[in-house]
Write a protein that binds this ligand. Structure first.
Ligand SMILES: Cc1cc2nc3c(=O)[nH]c(=O)nc-3n(C[C@H](O)[C@H](O)[C@H](O)COP(=O)(O)O)c2cc1C
Length: 467
């Protein structure tokens, strides 16, 4: 952060927690005896109510619009499918009263008038607790589910997302305060002239809509954003209230904060306008040593022998089931130039052969088997906080002091009891250090996150840009 920008940013000195019920991927253990159902409402209820007991700001659901696939087959080694986010959050709204309800929804395969109305409905029925985690998933593989294929050029996806979000904001902005009568003696239920129509005409869709709902208790759903490219970060700096980031490590988090502050200022917003909550995992116990042992156990269940081989298959682009997971990395070469991801794993492409060579050398030097090597590499490694409750609380207090993040979005590795030790032991340690809320300050998500109420914008609804 430049000196100038740093002066404008003020650390709040506090952190918040969100829970990210991922629903898919290898992070969630489903094989432990303590594991519950990954799809039944009871598991979602149990974990949302535990999070609320721990004063968590938000309950997040991820989104994947197609069953995961690996080498052209359904990938069922890990949890692979999940219930629809908004249906689940609507049900959770009725068994919770304070926690925010965040639906991850992509801008590529949804339609703005429809999605904006569904999110507004969740916001109204939950008393102002809804949020939208905006993602851009644009792969042809997901698109095939919608008869659209990869219809959106990769380079266009944030232009498209911006038009989508502007249209949604226009819809949520449409009804004026007081448009709906609060008195039974009024002449009409609503004043029709107090609801503006929204028009958008662009390359991918055209919309002409008169929104169906008045504003919610928090004005409109809070906007989260997840997507890490420079375009994604600029998009967040212009449009989002909170970024769900992939930068939990301390130095990286500080650097990411500086980057977002610069981008926010460049977008004409204030230095503190965009909050940041990185993805994270917590493995905790009464002592550091116990936590380290627990981590070994968790990893052994997250990366079983077949998962370890499947992980390498993404890079090699070929079947490797003949290889012993407890033996060395395959000596044969990948059959692809670019890595071919397990679809739905959020994986990024890389040069396959170069990587395979590098990994073989590294595993050999450290004496690691396939399983040990994969376990040391999976995405969660960077986002894991391991240690005693007190030690991890000290670490998080340092994040709060410098304002590296505004909170953490925690993926529990066990459903539905994976938040119990966080709520029972870590939260009180954080509260003692004065860095964690001791109550919900309001009834809406916007209030609990300390976000300003939007001002009804005088938008030009006749958007004619070609996206
Ligand atoms: C922390 C994080 C969580 C994400 N969660 C989801 C998700 O649940 N569903 C989804 O379709 N994409 C998800 N995405 C992917 C983004 O939508 C986006 O497609 C991807 O990051 C590529 O965009 P980028 O190039 O801007 O990073 C997530 C991304 C990040 C960084």
């Amino acid at each position: 952060m430049t000196q100038h920008n740093r002066a404008k940013f003020r650390p709040s000195g506090k952190i918040q927690f969100g829970i990210f019920f991922q629903g898919v991927n290898s992070g969630t253990i489903w094989k432990a005896p303590e594991s519950g159902s990954q799809t039944d409402f009871e598991s979602f209820r149990r974990i949302a109510q535990t999070a609320e007991r721990g004063l968590f700001a938000a309950f997040f659901l991820g989104e994947g619009l197609r069953l995961r696939e690996h080498l052209g087959r359904p990938h069922a080694l890990d949890v692979a499918g999940r219930p629809d986010a908004q249906t689940m959050l609507a049900a959770l709204a009725s068994v919770t009263s304070n926690i925010g309800l965040v639906a991850t929804q992509n801008t590529t395969y949804n339609d703005p008038a429809d999605l904006a109305h569904r999110l507004a409905s969740l916001d109204v029925l939950s008393g102002g607790r809804a949020a939208w985690n905006v993602v851009t998933t644009d792969n042809a593989w997901t698109g095939a589910n919608f008869r659209r294929g990869g219809y959106l050029d990769h380079a266009d996806r944030y232009l498209h997302a911006e038009a989508f979000v502007e249209t949604a904001k226009g819809i949520w902005d449409s009804w004026e305060d007081g448009a709906v009568s609060s008195s039974v003696s009024a002449d009409s239920w609503a004043v029709p002239s107090h609801a503006r129509s929204v028009h958008h005409s662009g390359q991918h869709y055209s919309v002409d809509v008169t929104p169906r709902l008045p504003r919610s208790a928090q004005y409109r759903p809070v906007l989260f954003q997840a997507g890490d490219s420079p375009e994604g970060r600029d998009f967040a700096a212009r449009q989002a209230d909170v970024i769900f980031s992939a930068h939990p490590k301390f130095d990286d988090a500080v650097e990411f904060r500086a980057d977002i502050v610069s981008r926010s200022l460049a977008a004409g917003r204030a230095a503190n306008d965009v909050q940041i909550m990185p993805a994270s995992e917590f493995i905790l116990a009464a002592s550091d040593e116990e936590a380290r042992e627990k981590k070994e156990w968790v990893r052994s269940l997250q990366i079983g022998p077949q998962q370890a081989v499947a992980y390498l298959e993404q890079f090699w682009g070929r079947e490797l089931s003949a290889y012993d997971p407890d033996g060395p990395l395959p000596e044969i070469d990948p059959v692809v130039e670019e890595t071919c991801e397990t679809r739905g794993s959020g994986f990024h492409g890389a040069k396959a052969r170069q990587l395979a060579e590098q990994w073989r050398a590294e595993a050999k030097e450290k004496g690691l088997s396939i399983r040990q090597f994969v376990s040391s590499r999976t995405a969660r490694v960077d986002s894991t906080f391991t240690g005693s409750y007190a030690a991890v609380a000290d670490t998080l207090a340092e994040y709060a002091r410098v304002g590296a993040v505004d909170g953490f979005n925690i993926s529990p590795w066990l459903i539905p009891t994976g938040l119990d030790d966080i709520v029972n032991h870590l939260v009180p340690e954080l509260q003692e250090r004065g860095v964690y809320p001791t109550e919900y300050v309001g009834s809406t998500l916007r209030e609990n996150l300390g976000l300003a109420t939007p001002v009804r914008a005088e938008r030009n609804f006749r958007l004619t840009r070609s996206h």
